[in-house]
Structure formats: C-alpha cells, structure tokens
Design a protein around this ligand. Structure first.
Ligand SMILES: [Zn+2]
Length: 236
C-alpha cells in the first residue's frame, strides 16, 4: 500500500466516524423529544394553574354551604316556633319578619352554593380535559426516550468498532506522515487529510490559489503538501 493509499484510507475512516457521531448527536428523534418536552412543560404549568384556581372556589363553596345550612336550621326553628306559637301578636310578627328575612337569605345562599358548585364542576372537567389531552404526548415522550436511548447505544457501538478499524489504518501510515496527519486533525478536527476537488480543499472548502494548485499537481510521488488554509495533508 502506498502512503497516499494509506493516508486516504485513514481519512475515509475518520470522516466516517465523524458522520456517525454527527448522526448520533443530531437524531431527529432527539429534536422531536426536545420540542415535545418543551410543549409538555407549558401544558403541565397550565394544568397546575387551572387546578390551583379551583382551590379558592372550593373554600368559598364550603363557607357558603355552611351559611346556607345555618339559615335552613334557623328557618326550621322559626317555622316550628310559629306553628306552636302562644306568644303575643308583637312576638309573632317579629318572628314572621325574621322568618321572611331568613328565608330570603337562605334562598340567596342556596343559589350561591349551586353557582359555585357549577363553576367548580366546570373547571374540574376542564382540568380533566387538559389531562386527557396531554396523555398521547406523555406516551409519545416515553416512546421517544426509548428510541433515542436505543439509537444512541447502537451508534455508540458503531463508533467503537469504527475506531478499532481506524487504529488499523493509522498503523499503515508511515512516519512522519502519521504525525503530520494527527497534528492537523487535532487542530482542525474531522480528519487530518483532505482532497482537492474542483480546485478546493474538501476539508475546509476554501479554494487553493493557482500557484498552490500547480504545486499540488507537480509534487514528487510520495510527497504531500498541506492545505494552506486548514493545514490538512492534501492527498491526490
Ligand atoms: Zn483545507
């Protein structure tokens, strides 16, 4: 194997590893999961808010219901007293007055109780609806978490085996070319070598000056120049 072939094989191996890592780090499922989690956060806050808004209504309901109960009791007492009445006309009239007032207040309290109850029930069913609405999203989140975990694990395995194969390629590149390659890769990433495609380095995508292109074409076999822009070793 010539140095150029060994260099090219190493470059391909590194580019492949880079692609798999990029794939692992930019899974469409990961993006979908992030979007979904964002939506769920907002919706869960809305559900909590809707639930919290019910608490003061429940407190108001308890209070009004207790008041309605007290008025009802007083109404019965007055009715019983009037029915068994032996008092004077003045007392009877005062009791009759109170009964009318208590009855009116009791009716109001009953109306208020019903109104609050209706409002609470309406809000509770709204919360139920919201809870129902997010269920498919919660299920999808679980599903995506599983898929992402699985995909990442399998791509990690792939990277590991590609790295093992890459170690073989490295051994086939002779020194000092191997060191040149590794230094360039440490500096710019992805791979330590690149090719000239249509007058550009395909590592950094920058066009070579005409003089550099000439130089690249007329290199003695087995010698290599570095890309003037990114420093990667250029292979024919
Ligand atoms: Zn370059």
């Amino acid at each position: 194997m010539t140095d150029a072939e060994a260099l090219r094989a190493l470059m391909e191996a590194d580019r492949w590893i880079d692609r798999v890592i990029a794939q692992r780090d930019h899974l469409p499922e990961t993006e979908e999961l992030a979007t979904l989690e964002g939506q769920l956060r907002v919706e869960i806050v809305a559900i909590r808010g809707a639930e919290e808004a019910i608490a003061p209504l429940r407190a108001a309901y308890e209070e009004v219901a207790a008041r309605a109960e007290r008025l009802q009791r007083r109404r019965r007492e007055l009715q019983a007293a009037l029915a068994a009445s032996t008092g004077g006309a003045r007392d009877l009239s005062a009791m009759q007055h109170e009964l009318e007032s208590v009855a009116a207040q009791g009716d109001l309290a009953d109306d208020e109780t019903l109104e609050l109850l209706g409002s609470i029930e309406e809000r509770e069913s709204h919360v139920e609806r919201l809870r129902g609405d997010i269920k498919p999203k919660l299920a999808r989140r679980e599903e995506l978490r599983g898929v992402v975990e699985q995909l990442r694990a399998s791509l990690d395995d792939e990277v590991s085996s590609l790295r093992a194969a890459r170690d073989e390629r490295v051994r086939e590149v002779s020194e000092p070319l191997r060191t040149r390659y590794q230094r360039a890769m440490d500096r710019v990433g992805t791979s330590g070598a690149a090719q000239i495609v249509a007058g550009r380095c395909d590592g950094c995508r920058i066009a070579l000056a005409p003089l550099d292109l000439d130089r690249a074409k007329n290199l003695v076999d087995g010698t290599f120049m570095d890309c003037p822009s990114c420093g990667r070793v250029l292979v024919a």
